[in-house]
Design a protein around this ligand. Structure first.
Ligand code: FAD
Length: 566
């Protein structure tokens, strides 16, 4: 299972050949076309996407070793965790984006950026088909082909509407910087509309009903930010309508923030209720029209509520270009593109995928359990004591951080929960577990944890990991046997990707944030909000955006948020 590298050397020639409406782009045109083409022995890496995964890969890659081409319909990187702050004027849109060319110009060697969307990937001929974003005056629309030696796919995901009628037409999404700007404008339009004469209170109420669908971290943060914006800034500017404002947070599950610890979920639900945000758990949206949102729940059946603005934030789906690739490589049955632990796309060569567009098929936890069990069972009795079970779990968490995340999601914070799950609620909690019982307890966990969460943390770590592998590729070509033997038979040139889980934040408004820190640490309150400020300031990709974001926060403290409709 070693990394495969094409052994043909690749010469780059400057030529453009028309082929079926597409132009084959072996390389960029030189400014001196009359010069003889220069041969390059460097391998060509094509990177699709300028989001968390693509940018992290690019920043950490030794671009001196490769010819790198970046293709993306966005010529900037967006710091997505601050998108909810843009919706309500906490920070300005331009402060959280970094032009990709500023990153490229600091790199050594040859890095080219194409402002285009990849329409199709042909993994068998190692080509991608692209459509320029800014349009083109070339006949046929200017589509072009880029060929590659290695392809790094980091195109992220698109919004998942679950095909619910009306969502696409009537709801706002919160995925891109344009979405955040639109939401900000529309909040203001709702207030201005509600302030017009000739409206009755019922019509005003409708305009000022803000519905957030999806109780995940994004939906929750947006609801919190909107509440702060309204109470701290807009209530003073629109005193005649402030009592008519309503924010509803709709979640199909039993709780909001289910990926967080139970204590955070409970705190958030209580705080929102205190703040007057209506938390509607157990409600499923089934239709959205221009005037009403229809939802059903087990307890109260179907109901339609009028609304002024709806924000849809319920999850992600796969891009069409990836679905097409999956069909070609025998992954048509899957929902998300599968990669192995080295981030190689399963079913084709020299193609890697990272971030939200792919899911790592992790080695099954169960395969490891027996080995870990034997390690912990020091007296070889075949039975683990509670203390030994705790040791086993520690080892599993170390190898599979996603197991820990899953246990927390299910609010199984203690080993006792695991024993109960294996033996039934009535069992004595001090019970010991045999390997069969232990396996049974973990079987359910195992089937759930093979995927990593779709977060910026995962995407950025994968980008860094893959760049390091590419940086060492030459070294490993010279020593193909590799120094490290990893678990199964055969030798790998690189260690597999391992995700390290750091803090996870949930800003809840009123200068309060909840944080789930490594281990079982929970921190909630005003001091955590300052931790949030410092972490997000430090995580900015450049000093420029760091300064802009800090200045925006200071500006808001002094002057409040801007309420103009621009
Ligand atoms: P993206 O960052 O989405 O980048 C995808 C890139 O691919 C973009 O540049 C796009 O233009 C490009 N692209 C798309 N289609 C094509 C194509 N056909 N051809 C070429 N290029 C293409 N995660 C956290 O860890 N913490 C948070 O606090 C957090 N907050 C979030 C808040 C919001 C509002 C949102 C929307 C997400 C948040 N996330 C957070 C999740 C995080 O943003 C994503 O997991 C992360 O962006 C995934 O990175 P990515 O590189 O896979 O995709």
């Amino acid at each position: 299972a070693s990394q495969r590298i094409p052994n043909h050397s690749h010469l780059l020639f400057l030529f453009a050949v028309s082929s079926g409406g597409f132009v084959t782009y072996a390389d960029a045109k030189s400014e001196n076309d009359h010069k003889l083409p220069q041969a390059s022995t460097k391998k060509k890496i094509v990177v699709l996407g300028t989001g968390w995964a693509g940018t992290s890969f690019l920043k950490n890659l030794n671009t001196y070793l490769y010819d790198v081409q970046v293709v993306s319909p966005r010529n900037y990187f967006t710091f997505t965790p601050l998108l909810p702050s843009v919706t309500c004027g906490m920070v300005e849109a331009r402060s959280i984006v970094e032009p990709i060319r500023r990153i490229i110009c600091k790199k050594k060697g040859k890095v080219t950026f194409w402002d285009a969307e990849c329409l199709k990937i042909d993994p068998f001929n190692k080509k991608i088909y692209c459509n320029p974003c800014a349009g083109s005056n070339v006949e046929g629309g200017g589509e072009f082909i880029v060929d590659y030696d290695y392809l790094v796919i980091a195109v992220g995901a698109r919004v998942n509407t679950f095909n619910i009628p009306g969502v696409l037409e009537h709801c706002h999404f919160l995925k891109e910087i344009e979405d955040a700007r639109d939401i900000r404008k529309n909040v203001m339009h709702c207030f201005e509309r509600a302030s017009l004469p000739n409206l009755n209170d019922e019509e005003r109420q409708k305009d000022l009903h803000f519905v957030v669908i999806g109780g995940g971290p994004t939906g929750v943060e947006f609801a919190a930010q909107l509440h702060d914006f309204i109470t701290e800034d807009l209530a003073g500017l629109y005193p005649q309508v402030k009592h008519l404002v309503k924010i509803s947070l709709v979640e199909a599950g039993e709780h909001i923030l289910t990926m967080f610890d139970k204590r955070i979920t409970e705190f958030a639900e209580k705080k929102f209720r205190r703040d007057g945000i209506e938390v509607k758990t157990g409600f499923q949206v089934v239709n959205v029209s221009d005037k009403t949102i229809t939802m059903t729940s087990k307890s109260s059946g179907e109901a339609s509520v009028p609304y002024g603005m709806a924000v849809w934030s319920t999850g992600i789906a796969t891009h069409p270009v990836i679905l097409n690739l999956m069909k070609q490589i025998g992954q048509a049955e899957r929902r998300v593109l599968a990669v192995d632990e080295w981030l190689r796309v399963c079913g084709c060569e020299d193609v890697y995928a990272l971030g939200d567009c792919a899911t790592t098929i992790q080695r099954k936890v169960m395969e490891d359990i027996s080995a870990i069990f034997k390690m912990a069972d020091k007296d070889n009795s075949g039975i683990l004591t509670l203390k030994e079970i705790q040791d086993v779990l520690k080892e599993i968490y170390l190898r599979y951080p996603q197991v820990e995340l899953y246990m927390k999601t299910k609010h199984m914070t203690d080993v006792v929960d695991l024993v109960k799950e294996a033996k039934g609620e009535a069992a004595k909690v001090s019970a010991e577990l045999s390997i069969e019982e232990f396996k049974k307890a973990l079987a359910n966990v195992d089937s759930q944890v093979k995927t990593l969460p779709a977060t910026a943390q995962v995407a950025a770590q994968q980008g860094y990991y893959l760049a390091q592998c590419f940086n060492k590729m030459k070294e490993t070509e010279d020593r193909p046997e590799g120094p490290i033997r990893i678990r199964e038979s055969g030798r790998h040139r690189f260690k597999p990707f391992r995700y390290k889980h750091f803090a996870q934040f949930a800003p809840l408004g009123g200068e309060q944030t909840a944080a789930q820190l490594p281990g079982d640490w929970i921190s909630i309150g005003h001091s955590t909000q300052w931790l949030w400020y410092s972490v997000y300031a430090s995580k900015q990709v450049s000093w420029r955006s760091r300064m802009l974001v800090i200045m925006d926060w200071l500006k808001r403290f002094v002057y409040g948020r801007d309420s103009s409709c621009i």
